[in-house]
Design a protein around this ligand. Structure first.
Ligand code: NAG
Ligand code: NAG
Ligand code: NAG
Ligand code: NAG
Length: 419
């Protein structure tokens, strides 16, 4: 019996061995192929380069699939992107009683917010407060996706954090986001007592599109006689006027995070406009602005004056009429808070500014910093030299980057010092 089984097993074993070998070979080839596809050269000091490469590759793949799916009317790309953003970045809801935070959702007037209240403030009548606007290019992101960041912000600053769920494109066009953020901010300033908020200790904060909103709302508050204590701008989008800034030229082709590339940039510019004008590559040569706009606004975003390197800028170049007409809102100071005079910048409270190297928005941050410095304004500017746009969101889960928590700690420390 024993011998028979052994005899029967022998050919079986070798067969299994060869099929195992084949599988191994296939796995090996697939791995090599994957690595070849995923590989991209990165600078030496880049944090967790392989994780970044896989993340970029995955995001790029989803973005391409999104376009494909939309082409065949399978789904709406924006909704898929929102879902993925939430699933991979935002769904890690941290709730640790040891951090002593009370967290609740409510409405301020008709705008939804999430509130993070440190428990030790329960009996405080005048709480230091951070009004937080999330990023996501005015299309993506929400208080849920940003839950982990706003949580850490409240935990580390021990201030009241109010995360604003403003309306997004494409359901609601410009200036819906601005209107919602303004409504909340004005209500909190006007009725601070009712909310137990210290009106002299309110900070506005946000990243990317949220940094844009934080600065635009700060400027609006100041014009109306309110006094925000500080604005914390994390790789903010500050201008839609000059897309020839070196950081655009350098990093748009680098496909940061697998999604910040030319195709998506043009698509976002088109999505932002209610007219859904087809935005062409022309915009990368500033053909969305007329010669008159260029002459009027150039002093406010002047790469030649404020950056170590710049491309030639022709103030006589006329734009593409269709883009000029449909994208006019982009260069209003409500969308481009850098497009204001020095007199207006002079009125700003102390600004806390964070920029990252791998970011198309790097240079507008530096231009704001240079303009504020030349006005002798109080400014804290920290440049993260070895990280990328959006990194501070990647706090938990499989996409966790160690640098993210360091960034959030740094941001929190600076807000706490200035609030
Ligand atoms: C809130 O109310 C204002 C003014 O009544 C209105 O313009 C705005 O659309 C409303 N916002 C939301 C989110 O419903
Ligand atoms: C919360 O704050 C405590 C004390 O500062 C810190 O040890 C902890 O890491 C923080 N956790 C988060 C998620 O911010
Ligand atoms: C866009 O701008 C570039 C550079 O100024 C110019 O060469 C080109 O003709 C413009 N295109 C249109 C359609 O205006
Ligand atoms: C900023 O300070 C410098 C040195 O004190 C001074 O020369 C300059 O005029 C100041 N600039 C402004 C705009 O106040």
């Amino acid at each position: 019996m024993c011998a028979m089984t052994q005899d029967n097993d022998k050919p079986d074993l070798s067969q299994r061995y060869t099929s195992k070998g084949k599988i191994l070979l296939i796995i090996l080839s697939l791995s090599v192929l994957t690595i070849a596809l995923v590989y991209q050269p990165l600078p030496e000091n880049f944090p967790q380069p392989w994780k970044y490469r896989f993340l970029s590759f995955g995001a790029h793949l989803f973005s391409k699939l999104g376009y494909l799916g939309e082409q065949v009317n399978l789904f709406d790309r924006i909704h898929v992107l929102r879902f993925l953003y939430y699933t991979f970045v935002g769904c890690f809801k941290i709730r640790n009683p040891e951090h002593h935070l009370q967290i609740y959702d409510r409405k301020i007037l008709n705008v939804s917010v999430r509130i993070f209240e440190p428990e030790e403030l329960a009996n405080v009548d005048q709480m230091p407060t951070i009004i937080h606007f999330h990023g996501g290019g005015f299309l993506l992101g929400c208080r849920d996706t940003y839950d982990q960041v706003t949580y850490a912000l409240a935990n580390l600053t021990r201030a009241l954090v109010i995360s604003v769920e403003y309306r997004r494109v494409p359901e609601h066009y410009f200036p819906a986001a601005f209107d919602d953020c303004k409504l909340v901010a004005y209500e909190l300033f006007q009725n601070a007592l009712k909310y137990r908020i210290d009106v002299n200790r309110i900070a506005l904060a946000g990243d990317s599109a949220g940094g844009n909103l934080a600065l635009v709302i700060t400027q609006s508050l100041i014009r109306d006689g309110f006094n925000p204590r500080t604005a914390c701008l994390i790789y903010p989008a500050l201008q839609f006027f000059d897309f020839t800034l070196p950081s655009y030229r350098l990093y748009l082709p680098r496909n940061i995070l697998g999604v910040i590339n030319e195709e998506n940039f043009l698509s976002v510019m088109s999505e932002l406009s209610e007219s859904k004008v087809k935005v062409t590559r022309d915009i990368l040569f500033n053909n969305h602005t007329s010669a008159e706009d260029k002459r009027r606004l150039r002093p406010y975003v002047n790469a030649g004056k404020h950056l170590p390197i710049s491309l030639p800028f022709d103030t006589d170049a006329e734009g593409n009429e269709n883009l000029v007409k449909n994208l006019n809102f982009l260069i209003s100071p409500k969308m481009s808070p850098l497009l204001v005079s020095d007199e207006e910048l002079m009125q700003l409270p102390p600004i806390i500014l964070f920029t990252t190297e791998f970011d198309i928005l790097r240079d507008e941050g530096f231009i704001l910093a240079e303009r504020l410095k030349s006005l002798n304004k109080t400014l804290y500017h920290h440049h993260f030299p070895a990280t990328f746009h959006g990194a501070h969101l990647l706090l938990y889960g499989p996409l966790k980057f160690d640098i993210a928590y360091e960034m959030v700690e740094h941001i929190s420390r600076k807000i706490r010092e200035n609030l």
